[in-house]
Design a protein around this ligand. Structure first.
Ligand code: NAP
Length: 456
């Protein structure tokens, strides 16, 4: 796959990036492995944490430039790109402030003696990351693992090489030594060779089921730890006692932000019968008001999809859904203009035998389902191969909490869209993957939790 920047607003090629060779990979592995065996990785955490603080400052100082690069490369609205850069700075700062506490030894009471668990780095990691949050995805792996002392080799998505390159430059500028973080423009086969290398101890992948399954199989074959953050088909539940206007407002953002290309975007709206007509009417009105346009323009509310391929895939999925009996309530096709725009779309009457029922639609397409009671909400929500996030809207918090416990996902938000913050664990179950990123849980994924016992 060629690494190139193509502006999704115009489909003009901006720049091509040469791929790295096998010799580059060997040099990277050598440096990363040497760093892992040095006192930088194995020594005092206090040497590593200032790098994250400096990185947070650099991100904030250069946020406008970084935001423009992301918007030009993958089409995210400029204000959302700024928000992403700010979030990255907060993740770096969070681990700079808290990693020493998270990795401090933990005492265990035992009859066998004085016992404690220490936390040590495990070695070089391979990270494979997607384009939809071109900085945030990198930071979710970098910040905890730099703090823990694991050197990282990264293969970013081939459509965001500029983001990949500038992020690596900033990490170096922040003071990371050679080998701590290396971006490589490489193929899937080369990723597979890196995973197989004895110097590599783990792999973190965020992306599709297909990529996750391939990479996890390679890791399993070589008995290496893997974490997978994959797709989602999250529900947005609107109960009959919801604040409807709020549910509509948040539901529109939850489906349309990042042009609908968010793993935790609300994809299946489950609405209770008595309020379904009203919800659909208000939701449709809000979709009609969307302003499609240049993602650099502050007044635009829906930008282009990330690539021509993404537009083609979504178009095919919507056509297939309709062919199989779904009703097109609004939109349904690419916008007739330059760039990879898709109309804000609402599908209803999707039955279980329609492929759309189980598929993730990565774009501005909302599916609406109508159910009778709370049990039906749970039944429909859990009738999915995915299990990433989900939202429940209700003014009765106890009722919403009871439902939240019954929904089979890694995250549920009540009266909010599925969100993210440095201090909150992020991840899913079922085909949405395994492992967690961010928070105290994320930093424990790739550390040796080593037990030491002093016999009595
Ligand atoms: P993708 O095709 O799987 O790409 C993700 C990354 O994997 C890219 O770097 C890609 O490289 C690489 N890749 C693909 N096949 C590979 C293989 N066989 N071996 C090694 N690397 C491989 O995913 P996408 O379609 O661009 O991204 C969207 C998906 O990611 C959606 O399903 C979304 O829900 C999911 N996602 C999940 C989370 C989460 O935290 N759970 C967050 C964001 C996105 P190339 O670009 O070179 O193909």
């Amino acid at each position: 796959m060629a690494y190139q920047t193509v502006n999704p607003f115009t489909n003009q090629l901006v720049k091509e990036y040469p791929s790295h060779t096998d010799a580059d990979i060997e040099a990277t592995l050598k440096k990363a492995d040497a760093l892992y065996h040095s006192s930088w990785s194995k020594g005092d955490i206090e040497k590593r944490l200032p790098i994250l603080l400096k990185l947070a400052n650099l991100l904030e100082e250069r946020s406008e430039e970084l935001a423009k690069i992301a918007t030009q490369e993958m089409g995210k609205l400029i204000e959302q790109s700024r928000g992403e850069v700010k979030l990255c700075a907060s993740i770096a700062r969070y681990y700079a402030d808290n990693a020493d506490t998270f990795l401090a030894p933990v005492k265990y009471n035992s009859d066998l003696g004085d016992a404690w668990v220490e936390h040590h780095p495990i070695g070089v990691l391979m990270a494979v990351e997607p384009w939809n949050f071109p900085y945030y995805q990198l930071m979710r792996v970098l910040a905890p693992n730099l703090a823990a002392g694991n050197p990282i080799i990264v293969k970013h998505a081939s459509i965001v090489p500029h983001c990949a390159e500038i992020f690596e430059q900033l990490v170096r500028e922040a003071g990371a030594p050679e080998g701590a973080y290396t971006n490589l423009f490489i193929s899937s086969d080369q990723v597979s060779n890196i995973i197989a290398d004895d110097r590599v101890q783990g792999v973190a992948l965020t992306g599709s089921e297909t990529a996750g399954s391939a990479v996890a199989a390679q890791a399993a074959k070589k008995l290496k730890k893997a974490t997978l953050e994959l797709g989602g088909n999250d529900v947005f539940v609107v109960l009959d006692d919801s604040d409807l206007d709020k549910a509509v407002e948040v539901g529109v953002t939850a489906r349309l932000q990042n042009a609908g290309q968010v793993c935790t975007a609300a994809k299946r709206f489950i609405v209770q019968e008595s309020i379904a007509d009203k919800f659909l009417e208000k939701y449709t009105d809000a979709f009609r008001q969307v302003k499609i346009g240049d993602p650099m323009d502050e007044s635009t509310t829906l930008g282009p999809l990330s690539s021509k391929d993404a537009l083609e895939t979504l178009t095919k999925q919507v056509n297939e859904a309709v062919k199989n009996g779904a009703k097109l309530h609004l939109g349904g096709k690419p916008v007739e203009r330059e760039g990879n725009f898709f109309e804000p779309t609402i599908l209803t009457h999707i039955t279980r035998d329609n492929p759309a029922y189980f598929e993730e639609f990565f774009g501005p397409v909302a599916q609406i389902y109508v159910v009778k009671d709370d049990d039906e909400v749970v039944q429909l929500a859990n009738d999915s191969n995915y299990g990433l996030g989900g939202s429940i809207f209700s003014q009765n918090i106890d009722r919403a909490k009871a439902l939240a416990s019954r929904i089979e996902t890694g995250m549920v938000y009540i009266n909010s869209l599925t969100d993210t913050a440095p201090e909150l664990p992020f991840g899913g179950v079922k085909r949405s993957g395994f492992g967690r990123e961010l928070s105290d849980l994320g930093i424990k994924e790739f550390v040796n939790q080593k037990l030491v016992v002093v016999s009595k």
